[in-house]
Write a protein that binds this ligand. Structure first.
Ligand SMILES: Nc1nc2c(c(=O)[nH]1)N[C@H]1C(S)=C(S)[C@@H](COP(=O)(O)O)O[C@H]1N2
Ligand SMILES: [Mo]
Length: 293
């Protein structure tokens, strides 16, 4: 009996997800991977010039993990130009069924660490459930003036909740299909800062201070207006049906399939809107400002 009910619930949920995530094409994870492989092979065919570039990367001295070599940067700048031209309303990233979802590692702990180079979950700044209850996202407008903050409690209860399943891609070259639960960034901004939806950029940051200012470094991600308004950009608090761990960005993070992982900032505490070309954590280290997919 119980399992029947659960199955039915699951089936209803799957139907709802399919409706919600129906962007014209939902294909199986296998078919998707086959196609990705095919385009990768086509791409590899262009590879002699790439090989020369690769040698230059290998031989590039004096780089720490925060800088990227000029030869890669040139490609990223080209990518940036293309991104600015190709973005258009209505284009949606491919979505998947819940049953396709995979595990995902914790990757990147900037702005989350209590001690330098910490990797264990216990060495991250812990956001307790009590702290999460009073969590707010503070904001400044394009004029630099502080706006009323967004209470996390409101994010979680005042907006339509969406479940979305897509492939999370990291610039390091790995990808996983993951299931997010959250609300649209655009719905929240519409309610709390409607005039800022005209701003060209919203720079999201981890909180300036968490837990007595033990934070190692502030992480930030500049998000363009198109992405802020896009229906697949979410403030998410659940990953694969579990509340976010500290490592995955508790209590609230940004997710969007339009961007590489570097833009999907974990533990959002601040949004600064601006019409000027901004920088962010990875842009300051040589990555392309758009990091679009
Ligand atoms: N605060 C913060 N957010 C971050 C990062 C980080 O270092 N700090 N890394 C980014 C990168 S590179 C990726 S791939 C994703 C990984 O998300 P996950 O750890 O939940 O898998 O988080 C992104 N958001
Ligand atoms: Mo990443």
């Amino acid at each position: 009996m119980i399992s029947d009910a659960t199955n039915e619930e699951e089936a209803a949920r799957e139907r709802r997800l399919r409706e919600q995530t129906d962007n014209g094409e939902i294909i199986s994870a296998e078919e998707y991977k086959r196609r990705s492989r095919r385009s990768f092979l086509a791409f590899a065919g262009l590879g002699i010039g790439g090989f020369v570039g690769f040698n230059r990367i290998q031989n590039n001295e004096s780089r720490d993990d925060d800088t990227i070599p000029a030869v890669l940067r040139a490609g990223l700048e080209w990518n940036e130009g293309v991104w600015e031209r190709v973005q258009r309303d209505g284009a949606k990233a491919r979505t998947f069924s819940v049953s396709d979802r995979e595990e995902i590692r914790v990757n990147g702990r900037h702005g989350l660490r209590a001690t330098r180079n910490a990797t264990a979950e216990a060495d991250l700044i812990q956001v307790s459930p009590e702290e999460a209850e009073t969590w707010e996202i503070s904001m400044t407008g394009t004029d630099g003036v502080a706006l009323d903050p967004i209470p996390l409690a409101s994010i979680k209860s005042d907006f339509e909740v969406h479940d979305m399943v897509w492939e999370h891609k990291c610039v390091e070259g790995w990808a996983n299909i993951v299931h997010w639960t959250g609300v649209r960034v655009s719905d929240v901004l519409e309610a709390y800062a409607p005039e800022q939806l005209d701003a060209e950029w919203g720079v999201m940051r981890t909180p300036a201070e968490t837990d007595g200012g033990r934070q190692e470094r502030e992480y930030s991600a500049a998000i363009d207006r198109y992405t802020l308004r896009h229906s697949q950009s979410l403030f998410a608090w659940r990953l694969n049906d579990e509340d976010l761990t500290n490592g995955h960005g508790a209590p609230i993070r940004l997710v969007t399939p339009l961007k590489y992982g570097i833009k999907q900032i974990k533990r959002v505490g601040v949004i600064d809107f601006t019409n000027d070309r901004p920088t962010d954590y990875w842009t300051q280290r040589g990555y392309d400002l758009h990091a679009g997919l």
